[in-house]
Design a binder for this molecule. Structure first.
Ligand code: FAD
Length: 466
């Protein structure tokens, strides 16, 4: 059997290598560390954790990343099972001894008879005789390869910076204060004149908000990030706030063209707008609110906005160096590049966010490539699973109209809604608020694990056992 070439031995590449080799397909893994470093990695070990040592919550009953852990465990994931062997105490989170973890991954892959590891940088689009390739070079993809991909995809389809505006769960917005309206009631493509959720502030609220923004702790750009000139177009809100007290009112918080139906006589001094972020309408992003405020400060300050006092965040804002594709345009549901189908992509470069999500996309890319090599087609996991919801996210299934694609962690907002769950508590009373939300998440988690089992059972008929 001809080998699959996997470029990048990080979270995604290591997992993809394991999955393909476990299916009986030889892999050549090309990892540049050892001959060339990145700005963040410290060692030559495969699957090095660049920052935190946590894989986040391991609770697969009410937490979406915990569900993803469990799905990967059931699929024999290298990253998740090795993490369990190197676990350190972290409450309900799964955290690891980073050195022991990376050493174990490296040793397992080095020992696998079907895996060859080559320490080299792949500096361009791989040669044509590599007929099956997985590119898993991560947020810090080397410059030469990034430039080659950029030249192929064209301007705008490979991002170098990730400017993230916070995303809020719709059901945590207080609609007795907020309201739906598009600016000047301008109809959108479907004729909708109420596409946005608006949260208005009076002058005192705006001034207090501005003071809090300016005083809040910020994360600094790393030295190597300062040299990448890609973010002038999307300034952090706190930088705008520092430029002048009116700057935000003439930018993302402009109050024009909107009337607060809760009190139509009062003119809003500033308005924060939320835009629908997924097709289901469960997630809404804060328009123009990319920020480098520390996460704790963000939640506190954004809850000062009328209507968002109890906001729950699916993702907080940030700006950092992150190389990622415009995957909804460029990739198919097998994670293949539509214009060069012998190339698959996996990991953070596809527009997922986080160690676990990156490894998850490696798990799928490895299995898709192995199935293809063995003459079979493996369908993607159903969208009701954590794995499937991520594939749908990166292939554009959650996008609406002209929204731009932004990387994301796994969260229940990406799962299809569920109505079939018990809305009554053990005391016989109707569940409300957080209790109801929890019951819904539990039902989504149960459905995800049932559906991933069915997908794996179907796959077993496609891929021969080891
Ligand atoms: P990586 O794990 O980075 O692996 C990519 C590999 O490709 C690297 O080993 C690299 O050396 C190699 N490579 C790159 N270019 C080439 C080339 N041309 N040829 C050969 N090899 C190449 N996520 C979290 O969940 N928690 C965190 O705390 C966290 N902190 C982060 C901090 C920083 C500074 C960055 C940049 C990201 C962070 N992330 C974090 C986000 C992300 O989840 C991780 O970066 C994750 O490691 C991504 O997995 P990956 O496999 O896609 O990429």
């Amino acid at each position: 059997i001809k080998p699959i070439h996997i470029i990048g031995g990080g979270m995604a590449g290591s997992e993809a290598t394991w999955q393909a080799a476990s299916a009986g397909v030889p892999v050549i893994l090309h990892e540049m560390r050892g001959v060339k470093g990145t700005e963040a990695h410290q060692t030559d070990q495969l699957a090095e954790l660049v920052c935190s040592n946590s894989f986040r919550s391991d609770d697969h009953t009410t937490n979406a990343v915990g569900v993803l852990h469990e799905e990967m465990r059931r699929a024999g994931g290298l990253i998740i099972t090795t993490a369990a062997d190197h676990q350190v105490p972290a409450g309900s989170a799964l955290a690891v001894d980073r050195e022991g973890f990376a050493e174990a991954i490296t040793a397992k892959l080095e020992a696998h008879p079907l895996v060859t590891i080559v320490r080299e940088e792949i500096a361009g689009i791989p040669p044509e005789d590599w007929d099956s390739v997985i590119i898993a070079t991560g947020p810090l993809t080397s410059q030469a390869l990034a430039e080659a991909i950029h030249a192929h995809t064209g301007e705008g389809d490979l991002a170098f910076f990730d400017a993230i505006a916070p995303i809020i769960y719709m059901d945590s917005v207080d609609m007795t204060k907020a309201w739906r309206q598009s600016r000047y009631d301008k109809p959108g493509p479907g004729g909708d004149t109420a596409a946005y959720i608006n949260c208005a502030m009076d002058e005192a609220q705006y001034n207090a908000f501005l003071d809090a923004l300016i005083a809040a702790p910020k994360t600094e750009f790393k030295d190597w990030e300062k040299d990448t000139p890609y973010f002038e177009g999307c300034l952090p809100i706190e930088v705008m706030a520092e430029r002048g007290r009116e700057t935000l009112r003439f930018g993302p918080m402009k109050p024009v063209g909107l009337t607060n139906p809760h009190d139509p006589t009062v003119k809003s001094h500033a308005v924060v707008q939320l835009r629908q972020d997924n097709a289901l309408g469960t997630l809404w992003n804060m328009v123009g609110f990319q920020t480098k405020l520390k996460h704790g400060a963000q939640a506190e300050i954004f809850r000062m906005i009328p209507g968002l006092e109890k906001a729950e965040f699916a993702r907080l804002g940030g700006i950092h160096r992150n190389t990622f594709l415009n995957s909804p345009k460029l990739l198919d549901e097998q994670l293949r590049m539509k214009s060069i189908p012998r190339l698959r992509f996996a990991g953070q470069v596809t527009g997922v966010e986080g160690y676990v999500e990156s490894a998850a996309m490696g798990l799928l890319a490895g299995r898709f490539a192995a199935a293809e090599r063995l003459g079979r087609t493996l369908p993607p996991p159903p969208p009701t699973t954590a794995l499937g919801s991520l594939v749908l996210h990166i292939t554009g299934g959650h996008l609406q109209g002209k929204q731009t694609f932004q990387p994301m962690n796994v969260n229940f907002g990406l799962f299809p809604d569920i109505t079939d769950y018990s809305k009554v508590g053990p005391d016989g009373k109707r569940l409300r608020g957080k209790d109801k939300g929890r019951a819904k998440k539990m039902a989504q988690a149960v459905r995800a694990l049932q559906d991933v089992d069915a997908w794996l059972a179907g796959e077993a008929e496609l891929v021969p056992a080891e």
